[in-house]
Design a binder for this molecule. Structure first.
Ligand SMILES: [Fe+2]
Length: 190
């Protein structure tokens, strides 16, 4: 399923995570694979996720063992990638893996936050609309605020407990009046 052309070297991942808290994995999925998975998961049970007292909501779907995306997060290449990012020894067991999908529509976004648990997180873009429709992910570190330009199929490995992150609201355009954005997330506890 994964189609990453040039898998990042473990020491490069470690350096990126150590220095910046994040590492981009372009083309983790092909656009076709991402579209297929986004479509295949659209009928999973969905709830509205609420973000504190911000009043912001969006659709959220839990991913469990046996689902294709959970199995991807649990696969050896993904676990090795997560381990490498944290500088953990080969074979360090995953204590817990939680997976979910977020689906955003016009006006929806995730407000600034840091995650409360997990050692490292993998975010996979299953559908990213054109930039003019918004939805861009931002992360903040000591160096300031940085856009993370994820295209459909790209992934970001990052330390979600340490980096404040958020996305901007989706906006309609004439060409794309009802944009949606779909991301899958795997949260690893080692
Ligand atoms: Fe988060």
């Amino acid at each position: 399923m994964t189609s990453l052309q040039a898998w990042p070297r473990a020491d490069d991942l470690r350096r990126e995570i150590r220095d910046h808290g994040r590492a981009l994995l372009p083309g983790l999925l092909s656009r076709d694979e991402a579209a297929r998975v986004a479509s295949a998961t659209s009928s999973l049970p969905t709830r509205r996720a609420y973000r504190g007292n911000t009043g912001v909501t969006f659709d959220s779907q839990a991913l469990g063992p046996g689902s294709e995306l959970y199995d991807l997060f649990q696969s050896a290449p993904m676990v090795c990638t997560a381990r490498a990012g944290l500088g953990l020894p080969e074979g360090a067991p995953v204590q817990r893996l939680i997976g979910w999908i977020h689906r955003y529509k016009v006006g929806e976004y995730i407000p600034p936050h840091r995650d409360v648990s997990g050692d490292i997180q993998l975010v996979v873009s299953l559908h990213q609309p054109p930039p003019e429709n918004g939805g861009t992910l931002f992360v903040a570190d000591v160096g300031g605020l940085h856009p993370v330009p994820l295209s459909t199929g790209d992934a970001l490995l990052f330390v979600a407990r340490e980096l404040t992150h958020y996305s901007v609201a989706l906006v309609p355009t004439i060409d794309n009046p009802r944009p949606v954005k779909v991301v899958a997330v795997g949260r690893y506890h080692f």
